[in-house]
Ligand binder design. Structure first.
Ligand code: UDP
Length: 486
């Protein structure tokens, strides 16, 4: 039997890697004529994705192979590390290109029954489209955020290329923008920080131009959730074909390492002892953390609310290592107000890295204070848990806007909070009072938000089953790939 070999190039972050692997599993599970090689890039500094990759490898079926891209030589590594953040990422991806080329050549030589079906490239690695072109193979982009955000990227690029307007000129303005993928006018204050600097917006525009070269863009979203944005993308004649293939969720990222299994069991047994819908869960993604001052306000808010809580609290990386993810505390008393743990021992639990999908799936969890990363958003929807928005960086502010204003499945703690390691702007401190109000709102059993979230959960689940919208859209992606090996 001939096989279509797909080359996956995910970028190294947890959310990108885990959902790319999950997508590969979905494809391989759907058609036995598909096999996938996932190329694993490693940043030239410790990004702590090793244990995650080990776990993902263990879970993967036979037709999915993992290939490590070799480490960079020392001179290139030092050169890259001395670059400013924005050019670091572009140059890092470029440094991987010859290595990817060599690996793909070897894979194709080795494969007796495989024909190159195409490249599935992460949204941040769009320049890898050049490598796909060298092999004369189709390049598809796997977009790990939503369709509305994708439409915002194209909007900003059109603003520059068609109207010669710079989005960064709007910084600090109160303007609202008419972005085709959003029903409501979008306030400039919820745009990603990176778009509001000259250097950052040039990067985003460069990426958007490249995304347009893809044969199709596979978006981790659901038609029923983002029909408006998906239609807006289709209306732009220069946008590639869009496939809505989500929600793609990795159910096990929580068990990143085996030593976490024990703490997962403790968490589940603690949740088992709480009443249904009584627990508010707080977690800020793989990169989220706060300094002592903000931690104190959160702790006070939890005490004031009197709500049962499960709080994933992690230590920020050192100032000079800002790109590194936070780590777990040995002792939470290092950062929590004196006596907090004792005073809340009956109603709360503080944890490090959280088995998030397990937690969100638990019947005791009634609300999620979230940084609104796209994976966390989809996971919350999948489990039908209403959210309270507290975005930090990347595209999280625009996701929060979408959740609160467009989809109305979240309450706002804040929509334009920023704690961005790209721009280094000073961070405000959210007061206990504001946080407490958000917690009370999201846990309120009577809000329409909860019933809308339940509706969205049902629609998202229906989308993935046979004849569902995501199932069908995925089939339309696979068809030409299979036709090509016949
Ligand atoms: N995650 C987790 N435990 C944590 C923090 C994060 O399992 O303590 C997982 C979460 O379930 C999600 C991913 O890591 O799948 C984070 O992706 P997201 O897009 O939400 O945010 P990012 O980390 O990219 O900011």
């Amino acid at each position: 039997m001939m096989r279509a070999e797909l080359i996956f190039i995910p970028s190294p972050g947890v959310g990108h890697l885990a959902s790319a692997v999950e997508f590969a599993k979905l494809l391989a599970g759907r058609d036995e004529r598909i096999s996938v090689s996932i190329l694993i890039m490693k940043f030239p500094f410790d990004f702590n994705t090793g244990p995650l990759v080990q776990n993902l490898k263990k879970e993967a079926p036979e037709r999915i192979a993992f290939v490590d891209i070799p480490d960079l030589d020392e001179t290139t590594r030092i050169e890259l590390m001395s670059l400013p953040r924005m050019s670091f990422f572009t140059s890092f991806i470029e440094s991987q290109r010859p290595l990817v080329r060599d690996i793909v050549t070897t894979i194709l030589k080795r494969s007796e029954s495989g024909k190159l079906g195409g490249f599935v490239i992460d949204m941040f690695c769009a320049s890898m489209i050049d490598v796909a072109n060298e092999f004369n193979a189709p390049a598809y982009v796997f977009f790990t955020s939503g369709a509305a955000f994708l439409s915002l990227k194209f909007y900003i690029q059109n603003l520059k290329d068609k109207q010669s307007k710079e989005i960064s000129d709007y910084k600090d303005s109160d303007a609202d923008l008419s972005v085709p993928g959003f029903i409501n006018p979008v306030p400039v204050k919820v745009l990603p920080s990176v778009m509001l600097t000259k250097e950052g917006s040039a990067f985003v525009i460069g990426v958007a131009r490249r995304l347009r070269e893809a044969k199709a863009i596979l978006v981790n979203t659901v038609w029923e959730m983002e029909a408006y944005a998906i239609k807006a993308l289709a209306d732009d004649e220069n946008t590639p074909l869009i496939h809505h293939v989500g929600p793609i969720i990795n159910f096990t990222t929580g068990g990143v390492t085996t030593d976490k299994k024990k703490s997962e069991e403790d968490i589940v047994s603690w949740l088992d002892s709480q009443p249904p819908l009584s627990v508010v869960y707080l977690c800020f993604g793989s990169m989220g953390s706060f300094d002592r001052e903000q931690v104190t306000e959160i702790a006070q808010a939890l005490e004031l609310s009197g709500q049962c809580f499960l709080w994933s609290l992690r230590r920020p990386s050192q100032e000079k290592e800002k790109m590194k993810p936070p780590t777990d505390y040995e002792d939470y008393n290092e950062v929590l107000p004196e006596g907090f743990l004792e005073r809340t021992s009956r109603i709360g639990k503080v944890i490090g890295w959280a088995p998030q999908v397990t937690i969100l799936s638990h019947p005791s969890v009634g609300g999620f204070v979230s940084h609104c990363g796209w994976n966390s958003t989809l996971e919350s929807i999948w489990c039908g848990v209403p959210m309270a928005t507290w975005p930090l960086s990347a595209e999280q502010q625009i996701n929060a806007f979408q959740l609160v204003k467009e989809l109305r499945i979240a309450v706002e703690i804040k929509m334009d909070y920023r704690k961005d390691h790209f721009t280094n702007e000073p961070t405000e401190v959210l007061t206990a009072h504001v946080i407490e109000r958000g917690i009370r709102c999201v846990m309120d059993g009577k809000t329409e938000i909860r019933s809308r979230m339940k509706e969205m959960k049902d629609k998202c689940r229906e989308a993935t089953v046979k004849a569902g919208t995501s199932y069908t859209s995925l089939g339309q992606f696979i068809e030409p790939i299979i036709d090509n090996i016949r």
